[in-house]
Design a protein around this ligand. Structure first.
Ligand code: FMN
Length: 329
């Protein structure tokens, strides 16, 4: 089957499957094998901590694959100050696509576009997706409530968020949040997305540079466990964010951003006391409800081939759509 969409054309990959950004460990170790397997791997600039190390890692990825990959710059406290220099490296090293996320990233996107790169921005709400489109983003990723990472008080679950945004947005839409298998992949395409973006699912792959114990926690984790369920489904309250916004200007930017990020991440605190070490699982962001569909630790190639193979099987032979098609012939 041909899985071309506007997203595969934009990113230059075979399948519309993108690996999420990961502060702390999103290096070439995971990005290169994802791209090599036909998806779009992303190096997270924040994980490299300096422009020099980002340059080295981009070059390392090029030694591992000749397929295109992208770089993500997430505007968080430890990245903001060096973001222009990180972008210089991305442009100089001729990485074809810049992904951005978080607070006020549009100037990076615009500069990337002026330099001839494509720009994809990731958001948690339709409002921000449409704003990114107006600012010139070539595509947007919308993360539903089920997903990991920064949360918004007005974030919707993936099904409703993607389905409604797909009706208004014109640039290609990429779905994220709780997706981890072929059924989620097909569901996202049916909702109107032209690609999927997987964070938690790619963490439980052989190549992902987190501990085996952390991977096993993802495999064993249940979406019914309140630790995961409540964290995902209870976004921060609007009043909590307003309180933080009111402090902008009276605090130095770095300090203020740290507080903002804590609120948007649902502040899981240091050590949850139930066998889930936050630092081990990766510095603050818990895995998402995608844990419900993760049952092993394959290689990136096995994972991507598995999603595509099962999606084709579901469409052509064994799923409800295949039955509807067969019955209507
Ligand atoms: C440990 C961890 C670290 C993350 N770090 C970043 C980051 O630095 N930048 C970013 O844009 N998203 C980050 N994310 C969010 C993912 O890129 C992605 O949007 C999210 O995991 C999608 O939801 P899913 O896990 O249900 O697939 C992180 C997620 C996790 C679990």
């Amino acid at each position: 089957m041909n899985w071309n969409t506007r997203v595969t054309e934009l990113l230059g990959c075979k399948y519309p499957i993108i690996q999420g950004a990961f502060d702390g460990f999103g290096t070439s170790a995971i990005a290169a094998p994802v791209s090599e397997a036909g998806g779009c791997g992303i190096i997270t600039a924040g994980a490299l901590r300096s422009p020099e190390r980002l340059r080295e890692d981009i070059r390392r990825a090029r030694e591992m694959t000749d397929k295109p990959f992208a770089v993500n710059i997430t505007m968080i406290h430890h990245v903001m100050g060096i973001a222009p220099q990180l972008l210089d490296v991305v442009i100089q090293e001729r990485v074809p696509v810049l992904f951005t996320a978080a607070y006020k990233a549009e100037h990076l996107g615009m500069r990337a576009k002026e330099a001839g790169l494509k720009w994809v921005h990731k958001v948690a709400t339709s409002k921000h997706a449409l704003a990114a489109e107006r600012q010139g983003a070539d595509a947007v990723v919308l993360v539903g409530l089920e997903g990991a990472g920064f949360k918004s008080p007005i974030q919707l679950p993936t099904l409703v968020g993607i389905t409604t945004l797909a009706k208004t947005i014109k640039v290609p839409l990429i779905a994220a949040g709780g997706i981890g298998d072929a059924r989620g992949f097909l569901g996202a395409l049916a909702m109107g997305a032209e690609g999927i973006y997987l964070g938690t699912r790619f963490m439980a792959t052989r190549e992902c540079p987190i501990t085996e114990r952390a991977k096993q926690m993802i495999v064993d984790g249940s979406p019914l466990d309140p630790k995961f369920r409540d964290h995902a489904l209870l976004p921060p309250k609007a009043e909590a964010l307003e309180r933080v916004y009111a402090q902008r200007g009276s605090q130095i930017t770095g300090e203020w951003l740290t507080t903002l990020e804590k609120v948007m991440l649902g502040d899981i605190g240091e050590g949850s006391g139930d066998g889930l070490s936050d630092t081990e699982i990766v510095g603050g962001a818990l895995p998402s409800l995608a844990i419900g569909v993760i049952d092993g630790v394959p290689t990136c190639k096995q994972l991507i081939d598995g999603i595509i193979g099962e999606a084709e099987e579901l469409l052509l032979r064994s799923g409800p759509l295949a039955r509807i098609l067969a019955d209507s012939r």
